[in-house]
Write a protein that binds this ligand. Sequence first.
Ligand code: TRP
Length: 454
Amino acid sequence: MITKKSNTKRDGFSGKFGIIAAAAGSAVGLGNIWKFPYEAGANGGSAFIIVYILFVVLIGLPVMLSEFIIGRNAQKNVFGAFRAIKPNQKVWGLVGMLGVFVAFIILAFYGTVAGWTVEYLYQSLANNLTGHSAEEYTSMFDEFIKNPYRPVIWQIFFMILTGLIVLVGVKNGIEKSAKIMMPLLLVLLIGLGIKALTLDGAYKGLEFLFYPDFSHFTYKSVLEALGQSFFSLSLGMGTLITYASYVAKDDNIVKTSFIVAGADTFIAILAGIVIFPAVFAFGISPGAGPGLVFVTLPNVFAQIQGGEFFAIAFFLSLTVAALTSSISLLEVIVAYFKEELKIERKFSTIIAVVVISILGVFCTLSFGPLKDFTIFGHTIFDAADFLASNIILPIGGFSIAIFVGWFMDTKEIKAEISSDNMYKIKIYGVYRFLIKYIVPFAILLVFLSSIGII
Ligand code: TRP
């Protein structure tokens, strides 16, 4: 059963733009707009960004292409895909299981921040987001995340929404929402970027972003940059394996990888160009942490004519960007439940949403009532993020690289990369070298250096 590669009755994307929109929809999300700026801010700005881009090119891109290769070749969920390609090496199934497991963890803390985003959408609809001072925005945010009910309610609301879209299935649910809202988000970011650059002190923000300063950059920052590159590109846990299983055999997956990684990186940097000039202009600390975007942006909206509407449009499109990412995570779990455990789609979705919501409540409350409950010095939220992004995703990426680089049949890889010789792929040699040697070695090196062995 497991090795059968038939594609009957599987939902699929409707064409070239479908997969690009869906994969970019998965990649572009809170990772770009919420997490990238605050990670960059806490790790020295430009230095972090340089290392981050290096990781995207040398590690992220090859791993992304590998996920596309595995997924489209096997046409299966993440667990089934490894087993379909190497039926005699059952151990690879563990990598798939790890992917399904970490999807639960990521969704738990992702829902927390997505919930904050929905609250800000609500506040901007209620016209509460303009006309305050920078201090007021900071205390507004601090009060809100401490509240034992409100953030929890929004988080569960967001998870239910995610579940509803996944229920509708790949083509209708995932593709359509991505195609409409992603371009809107891009336009809004560019608009905000232009505004941010005109603020007093914008120059300081740009300097922070682009003038290399390695004084706040540590070994830990290297691990953060690696984790962030996996997180932002949706790599290391089979999201793109799962999505690629719905991709037609004639799609150029090399080109798709470049477009998706390029768009994702562009949007992260654009978010930085929006945030940091404002951070310096309004006297906010760049290392403010997870609240950075939420305390900074309202200041910018408050300075724009018609900022109320801008705020609504922005938080709406950010909510949708978060949704197109969360559905890609949930789809990993649901595809696994459906194909391996034979639980029907509807029931799989409900089980997953319930479990994730329960886990998520702990993450959300770790900013309030559970603030003092720590694991190795991390709050529950931070621990979940750290474990998932900085440990499990890189381990997943490492395993994927070893699988494709050392175990998968090169003939199959070549056939997949070129879509059975439909496309001339010039980068095969470079890709092969990177995935076989550089990616595993670099990930290992970052791990060892961050725990102080090197
Ligand atoms: N990349 C998304 C973001 O930046 C989040 C995400 C979606 C993700 N799917 C993933 C992260 C898979 C890690 C793995 O917001």
